[in-house]
Design a protein around this ligand. Structure first.
Ligand code: PAZ
Ligand code: MN
Length: 896
């Protein structure tokens, strides 16, 4: 590590937790269920009891399962668990979300209409908060104790009342597993005043693995020939499986269910053997050094190969090629050499292959014995090392003739700690599903990778200073780590795993990043997805070339984005510092992903675009485009009455075409597209809008308008409820989507406008939308009646023109947030509000490049879907449609 903290130990931004995140969240994040406590909670004696004083029901009494707020209850104490191993201490801890601000009336009204009950029907509600993963070297136990102490994790975090009052709660018990839970119990008592409650290691491993495989979508991956491929595990088809924990020794466990497992076998030849023999035979001072050495090794100088026995020929009768290892270390018996005559690199590689193959083979034999197809490998020996994983995979593949699969886990180092964490009496976390968890990678992620953590960084200022230090040090951290030479292996094993040299990395760089798991109980799977299991939001795979292209696009866009972000915060010196830090943090993520595209799990373009927004929020830029959005909203609202008049003068068919044209034309207002931003310098927004409308030549690149029109005009089968997902502020929503929504309302179709929960580029948010609707409603009776019916206009609308007393009751117009803070949408994780609104919808309209091209172009829904967008990127137009920039897409997919 390069960062230095006044010459002392490297100080690493705690890639997992940042105090000010809670603050950021309080300012604008999508709401999560606020409190989790129920009066029936029965906690173990090892946990502090609930403080029920001052308890009050939050929400209305009609709610079936109202949230109960416990104002005097501290953040859930003891949400810290440890796995203290021989070389590493792993910590898993949980931090609660800051209390949510009270909801406004408009939201409650929509909520009631949609009958949403958060936290319903659970005896232990899922908590909103974050799960953090941190590692320390066991040799630096004091650092770990300092960390716990500085964050007051053993006392429920720095926000807990006990911490604020300085009171020392009696007899705090922390769950711990691993040998160190016994060895260091006294030290924990002495330094922190806590008792360690020991949990069985095997129980913890299994509980940890079960949790990960159930709750995290892309937790497991295969690793063959240097290629990582994430595997989607079907939760209903998880058991039984074989869990192979390769620590110093190896445990082989057959897992049949939650808490149901049996240690069926094991071997004493494991990680300790590799390290022990390696230490004796080389001068390596650490496991990692030995592993690193293996990457430059050639095992054919040490291992006896089939070719050595058969004069360079294959033994094809039994399927062994000349490069197959006949006998590990076998060549050394005939050589008249001393240990010092062999290269340590070659010794390390021969050892690694011997042990990895052996583990792979024994594991497979056990899988065979119990008829299991899936084998998950974990434990400190694996540690994300590409060659180790390839070798084990190769052995399993070779012996099973491709029948069985070796799989690895992104959080494999934390199985035990997670299991210990799960062993606290019910805290609701075991109720989690994949859609409740969002993994985020804070600014430290590109730097620390899987490395050991130092003390935490306390506040935003410290984070910025840390970034600045790195910048001064140049790019050494973000530069790719040098690789071993291609074909480092020299010769094969049983066969040669063809792990490509340029993919093999040293342990440190190959280590997979583990982000912070955000637990968001209010997220749901969109109920109208045709098949959530096969749904893939991203349209294009971010392969190497594609990533390179987007790397350039996003890097080029950075200066402009920073300028907007800084201006949005008043252009102060502080904002400039934050802007620079943001740019460096985001560039570091990009560099890390260029080096190792799978470092953050399965990562598509949608994730990349979201990461940029998250990075902005991390440096407290909450709405970089706020003034641009305001300016464009005002300009568009000023011309809306004329547009509505023009539309009202048309007959039904022409109007429908003009409306769709209007949506497509106005989608040009996209501050995320380089080409469009260049255009904005050439005219006012109204001029550009007019120009864009004029260019609307049909047929569009995808043009299903006629089918859509026929469906719309079917008098005997009108739509009942339309979900309309809007995109950008300004002309896009005001002159494009609102008039379209109004058309549905005038036809008696209920409309739910769906907008982002958090800002992303110049996207309109669900919070901003009611005001725009109210403003538009001043000039339009249809919108006004519908907005009133939908509870969008709650206050007496001063300034409304015209009298609506005699108008018939209207279908409602409502607004819901989508649960996202990104220009794209992943329908596996949307707000419960949107999920509830979707239940009655028979038409879904997706608008914009992010939500209907980058994501969801190929998504299938259970209701009719209309996808509308202007393509504002030449390469994307070519790739997806063989078309050109500014092409328009009108894709209608009726269900029948
Ligand atoms: C971020 C966006 C998806 C937003 O587009 P929108 O959904 O607003 O139509 C789009 O601006 C984009 O892909 N921009 C990068 C490509 C470029 O600058 O050409
Ligand atoms: Mn947008």
């Amino acid at each position: 590590m390069a960062a230095n903290n006044s010459g002392s130990e490297p100080r690493i931004p705690e890639d997992v937790t940042l105090e000010d995140e809670a603050e950021a969240e309080a300012k604008g994040k999508a709401p999560a269920a606020s409190s989790s406590a129920t009066t029936t909670m029965n906690r173990s004696g090892s946990r502090p009891q609930l403080d029920l004083s001052g308890a009050a029901i939050h929400g209305t009494l009609e709610d079936r399962n109202p949230t109960i707020l416990l104002p005097n209850q501290s953040d859930d104490i003891s949400h810290l668990a440890l796995d203290i191993g021989g070389s590493l201490i792993k910590l898993v801890y949980f931090s609660r979300h800051a209390d949510q601000p009270t909801e406004d009336k408009r939201k409650l009204s929509t909520k009631r209409r949609l009958e949403i009950f958060t936290g319903a029907r659970r005896s232990y509600p899922v908590l909103g908060g974050r799960l953090h993963f941190v590692k320390f070297e066991t040799g630096k136990l004091n650092e770990c104790l300092d960390f716990i102490s500085s964050k007051q994790l053993h006392r429920g975090g720095v926000d807990s009342p006990s911490w604020r009052s300085g009171a020392q709660p009696d007899n705090i018990v922390i769950k711990a597993t691993g040998g160190g839970a016994f060895k260091y119990a006294d030290l924990f008592k002495e330094r922190l005043g806590v008792s360690l409650e020991k949990e069985d290691e095997m129980d913890c491993l299994v509980a940890g693995a079960n949790f990960l495989l159930k709750a995290i979508r892309h937790e497991a991956f295969t690793h063959m020939d240097g290629q990582k491929e994430y595997v989607q595990i079907d939760q209903n088809d998880l058991f039984p499986y074989l869990l192979v924990n390769v620590g110093s020794g190896v445990s082989i466990i057959k897992v049949d269910g939650h808490g149901k497992f049996q240690r069926v076998s094991g071997t004493n030849v494991g990680g300790g053997t590799y390290w022990g023999l390696g230490r004796l035979m080389t001068e390596c001072k650490s496991f990692d050094e030995l592993l690193e050495l293996s990457q430059r090794g050639d095992n054919s100088t040490i291992d006896m190969l089939v070719g050595d026995i058969y004069g360079g020929l294959d033994y094809s009768k039994i399927g062994l090629s000349a490069s197959t290892i006949a006998s590990s270390f076998g060549k050394t018996i005939s050589d008249n050499k001393e240990l010092s005559d062999y290269r340590p690199e070659d010794i390390s590689l021969s050892l690694l292959r011997m042990i990895s193959y052996n583990i792979g083979q024994i594991s497979y034999l056990n899988a065979l014995r119990y008829g299991l197809k899936r084998i998950f490998f974990g434990g400190f020996f694996i540690r994300g090392h590409a060659y180790t994983m390839d070798t084990i995979s190769f052995a399993v593949h070779f012996w099973s003739k491709g029948e069985a699969k070796a799989m690895f886990l992104r959080h494999e180092g934390f199985l035990g700690a997670l299991g210990a964490f799960m062993s606290y009496e019910k805290h609701g976390l075991d109720d989690l599903s994949a859609h409740h968890l969002v993994e985020r990678f804070p600014m430290g992620a590109p730097y620390v990778g899987g490395k050991i953590h130092g003390p935490p960084l306390g506040d935003l200022n410290e984070k910025i200073s840390w970034m600045e230090k790195f910048v001064q040090k140049g790019t050494q951290i973000t530069a790719p780590v040098p690789m071993g030479a291609p074909a480092t292996t020299g010769m094969g094993g049983f066969e040669r795993p063809t792990s490509k040299g340029d993919i093999l990395r040293s342990d440190a760089s190959a280590a997979l990043n583990v982000g912070v798991l955000h637990l968001v109980p209010s997220l749901d799977v969109f109920p109208l997805l045709e098949d959530p299991k096969t749904y893939e939001p991203n349209t294009i795979d971010l392969d190497h070339d594609e990533f390179k292209y987007w790397f350039t696009i996003l890097s080029d866009h950075l200066p402009d984005l920073v300028e907007k972000a800084v201006a949005s915060e008043g252009g102060t010196d502080d904002a400039k510092r934050r802007g620079d830090a943001f740019a460096h943090a985001f560039s570091a993520h990009l560099a890390r992903l260029t080096e190792e595209p799978a470092a953050y799990g399965k990562f598509g373009l949608a994730n990349l675009l979201e990461l940029r927004e998250e990075c902005l929020r991390e440096f407290q830029f909450f709405d970089a485009y706020v003034s641009i959005k305001q300016r464009e909203n005002e300009a568009s609202l000023a011309v809306l009455p004329d547009l509505l008049m023009e539309l009202d003068s048309m007959d039904e068919e022409d109007r429908l075409l003009a409306l769709i044209e209007g949506v497509l034309a106005a989608n040009i207002f996209d501050w995320g597209s380089k080409a469009c931003v260049d255009l904005y310098n050439q005219g006012t927004i109204i001029e550009i809008y007019r120009m864009s409308r004029k260019k609307m030549q049909r047929p569009w690149r995808i043009d299903d308008f006629d089918t859509f029109k026929s469906r719309m005009l079917k008098k005997d089968q009108p739509y009942k409820s339309a979900l309309i997902s809007v995109d950008n502020a300004g002309a896009d929503v005001v002159l494009g989507m609102l008039p379209l929504a109004r058309e549905f309302l005038r036809r008696g179709v209920e409309v739910v406008l769906v907008a982002n929960s958090l800002p992303a580029l110049n996207d309109i948010t669900a919070n901003e939308l009611p005001e725009i609707v109210a403003e538009a409603a001043k000039h339009c009776g249809i919108l006004r009646k519908a907005a009133e019916a939908g509870g969008l206009i709650v206050d007496a609308m001063a300034g409304i023109q015209g009298d609506t007393k005699d108008e018939p009751a209207s279908v409602p117009l409502m607004v819901v947030e989508n649960g996202c803070g990104s220009p794209c949408i992943d329908f596996r994780q949307v707000s419960s509000e949107l999920a509830a609104a979707a239940k009655d919808a028979d038409l879904l309209i997706l608008e914009g490049m992010g939500r209907s091209l980058h994501t969801n172009l190929n998504a299938r829904f259970k209701c009719d879907a209309l996808k509308l967008a202007m393509v504002k990127n030449q390469r994307l137009a070519e790739k997806l449609f063989n078309g050109n920039i500014y092409d328009c897409i009108c894709k209608f997919e009726p269900v029948s």
